[in-house]
Structure formats: C-alpha cells, structure tokens
Design a protein around this ligand. Structure first.
Ligand code: COA
Length: 381
C-alpha cells in the first residue's frame, strides 16, 4: 500500500535531485538559466556565452568569453576518421543515429582525461559541444553528395553551423537567429534526455557515454521532433483558409495539435514567444510569410477551441521553430539534431553537477507479477 502511494508513472512530478541549473515557472511561463531570464539571455548573449554560464555557473567577463569562444571554435574541425565515418554512414539513416554513434567514436579521437568530478576536462576541451554542429552539417552535405566545408573561426556557433551546412556565409540576421535558437534549446531542467545523461553519469561512466545516451533519448518522438511534425501539419493544411476546418476535425478525432501543449507550461512557452519574433523577422527578410500565417491561424483556432473546453494548451518551443529552420534552408530531418546541438551544453552542465554530489540512481519498481510459486520441470509443463 505504502509503495503504491509512492508510485508515479514515468516518475512524473517526482523530485529526483537538487539542481542549480534551470528554473521553470510553468504557471507564469518563465524560464531561467542559473537565475537569468531566457528573455535577457536571448537579447544579450551568444550560444557560447550561455554555454560558459551553464558550465561555469556564472557569466564570463569579456576576456574569459574571448578565451572560451576561441577554445570552442578550435574544437569545431572534424578529424579525417570522423569524416570517414560520416561518409560511410548510410545516406538514408536518421541523423540522430549517426550522432549517437559519432559521440562514442569521438571519445577515441581526443586525448581526454576521464575525471569523475565536476572538473572533468570535457569542460576544457569542449570537444563534444564544438563537434556536434560540425557532424550534423557534414552529414547533411554528404547526403546531398557535397563535400565537407571546414569551419570558420570568425563566425558564431550558429552562423558557422549554417556556413558549414550550406557552404555559403549566412546573412547577419540568419546567423544571429540560428545562434539564438541554439541558446534557447540549451537547457530545460529534468527532461527525459537530461535525466538519461545524469543517470549514466551517476554510474561514473564517461561524458561521452552520458551524452550519447542522452541523444538516444532525445531521438524519440515524444521528446525531440515535434517541430518536424508541426511543419508536416502546416504543409498538409496548405492554406490559412483551411485551418478552422482542419483543426476542428483533428480535435474531434482526439488528435494532438503538434507544437501545442506542455507538461510544465500552462501558458505560452516563453521560448515560443521569442522564436515567433525571429520567424516574423526572417519571413519579412525573405518575403515569405506563408508558413507564419498558417501557424498564427492554427494558434488562434486551436487556442479558442481548447479554452472553450477548459484546457490550457498554448504554443510550445516547437511551434514556430520548424518554420524558422525551413527559412534557413535546413531539411526537416535535421530539426531534432539541431535540438541536440543546442542541448549538449545543458547535458554537460548536468553531468558535471551530477558528479559534484553523486549518488547512483536506483529507483524501485512496484512488483505486480505472480507470487512465488512452485517450479515445474520442463517435461511436466
Ligand atoms: N492538442 C490537443 N489536446 C491537447 C494538446 C494538444 N497539443 N496538448 C494537451 N492536450 C489536452 C490533453 O490531452 C488534456 O486533455 P484531457 O484533460 O481531456 O486529457 C488537456 O489538454 C491538458 O493537457 P496537459 O495535462 O496540460 O498536457 P499533457 O501533459 O497531457 O501533454 C504534451 C503534454 C506535450 C505531451 C502534449 O501537449 C502534446 O502531446 N503536445 C503535442 C506534441 C508536442 O508539441 N510536443 C513537444 C512538447 S515540448
């Protein structure tokens, strides 16, 4: 009976650890990384600066940031064996499968000291944070039969990713928006992939094993990947005049509207508000407001219908991001890998935090199987 009371399916709402990294106020739609609001960080910081904040627990000074950025940029280029692996990987595989394999492979190509402490030299080499974006860009090009584009040292993490992906320097606005999108995905508390990373780290395994496991967890459609399905919905609907009828039909059939609703936020996700602004800017710059108009109509219609049913369902981080990525020329199969490129900083911060006060995760299950009974030899069964 006591065990039954403590049971929470999916560990929903169970406090599994103390953490100083991320605060989410779901009722008021607020998100903070180490006490700084996501709005302030998106307004004033780069992805590199936020990575420093996550890993070092405070914002860097100007000189610290310059040194840190340099280190991260030195970590971008891919070694020939990694490029060989990317070229040999099946072109039709999902990039998340490649990412998971590459991380394990990477650990053999860097002189890293495995330290089971908060001061592991992953924080110094920044190898995984630097390389993930390059791996995704290189695989995207390989699939199209294009050559690897070596990284540039003068571009931000986001702008360099677009440069390596497209082989041409992005506009200032495109580069900035890409960088901010990575920043907005960098951290989000004890979600499934972050929890996975911490569970693996708690066994005293390496950062590489922890991050590769987290990537496996993010691959699942209940976690990463909703923005890809938002864009499928937008293309299926095709015209804003068809939104009302299409959403009504979907809700009647108890279908979920992709990119809406959240386990924690009971109001519009603050990241969705920021990404919507980027979508408006980009749509205007490119003179292509087609997806944005459909998305706004979906938001309006779905919200009205859900409110009438007394349900709090508002856009989440995935609602507008797919449309931004499409305008940046990124194929939809790479939307979830982009999530990983940003989230790797948060995963690393959590791995280090886990190690700073480690306790092996070992929950119990509630046994509901048969009571002990007599063994029956094979010839009598
Ligand atoms: N479309 C239609 N109905 C939705 C909905 C959506 N996107 N999101 C939630 N609801 C419904 C729920 O089914 C529930 O209905 P019920 O009371 O009749 O059972 C009600 O609204 C309240 O849901 P809530 O408890 O707030 O959310 P949840 O924890 O059940 O679901 C998600 C959270 C994320 C799983 C859900 O919103 C979802 O599947 N969204 C679409 C996928 C997506 O965008 N995922 C990315 C998340 S970042």
């Amino acid at each position: 009976m006591e065990e039954k009371m403590a049971f929470a399916k999916g560990l929903e709402g169970v406090i599994a650890a103390e953490s100083k990294i991320c605060k989410i106020d779901g009722l008021n739609g607020k998100l903070y990384y180490r006490g700084y609001s996501i709005e302030d960080l998106a307004e004033h910081c780069t992805f590199e600066e936020v990575t420093y904040l996550l890993l070092y627990e405070r914002l860097p000074t100007t000189s610290e940031l310059a040194e840190f950025s340099l280190k991260m940029r030195w970590s971008r280029d891919l070694a020939p064996p990694i490029l060989g692996m990317i070229k040999a990987f099946p072109k039709k595989a999902h990039p998340m499968e490649l990412l998971q394999s590459v991380i394990s492979y990477l650990s053999g190509y860097v002189a890293h000291r495995i330290e089971h402490s908060a001061f592991c030299n992953c924080r110094d080499t920044l190898h995984q944070v630097g390389q993930l974006a390059s791996v995704v860009a290189a695989y995207a090009r390989t699939r199209e039969g294009n050559d690897y584009v070596p990284p540039r040292m003068d571009l931000s993490h986001g702008a360099n990713f677009l440069y390596m992906l497209r082989g041409k320097e992005p506009t200032a606005l495109e580069g900035e928006i890409m960088d901010k999108c990575l920043l907005l995905h960098a951290e989000h508390g004890f979600n499934a992939s972050t929890f996975t990373a911490r569970v693996v780290a708690s066994t005293l395994s390496t950062c590489y094993c922890s991050i590769s496991s987290a990537i496996g967890s993010l691959y699942g459609s209940l976690h990463g990947g909703a923005n890809e399905r938002v864009m499928e919905m937008v293309h299926r609907i095709g015209d804003k005049k068809r939104v009302e009828e299409s959403i009504a039909r979907a809700l009647e059939q108890n279908e979920k509207i992709m990119g809406m609703g959240h386990r924690v936020y009971k109001i519009k996700d603050p990241r969705a508000t920021i990404i919507e602004r980027y979508l408006v800017q980009l749509s205007e710059q490119k003179g292509d407001v087609h997806d944005y108009e459909i998305l706004k109509e979906i938001e309006k219609v779905a919200q009205k219908r859900m409110e009438a049913l007394g349900k709090a369902v508002y856009p989440n981080v995935d609602f507008f991001s797919g449309a931004v990525y499409r305008l940046l020329g990124i194929p939809s199969v790479f939307f979830t890998p982009i999530f990983a490129i940003g989230r790797v900083s948060g995963w690393l911060a959590h791995i280090l935090e886990q190690r700073s006060d480690n306790r092996l995760y070992r929950p119990k299950s509630l046994y509901v199987g048969p009571e002990p009974h007599e063994f029956i030899p094979a010839h009598q069964r």
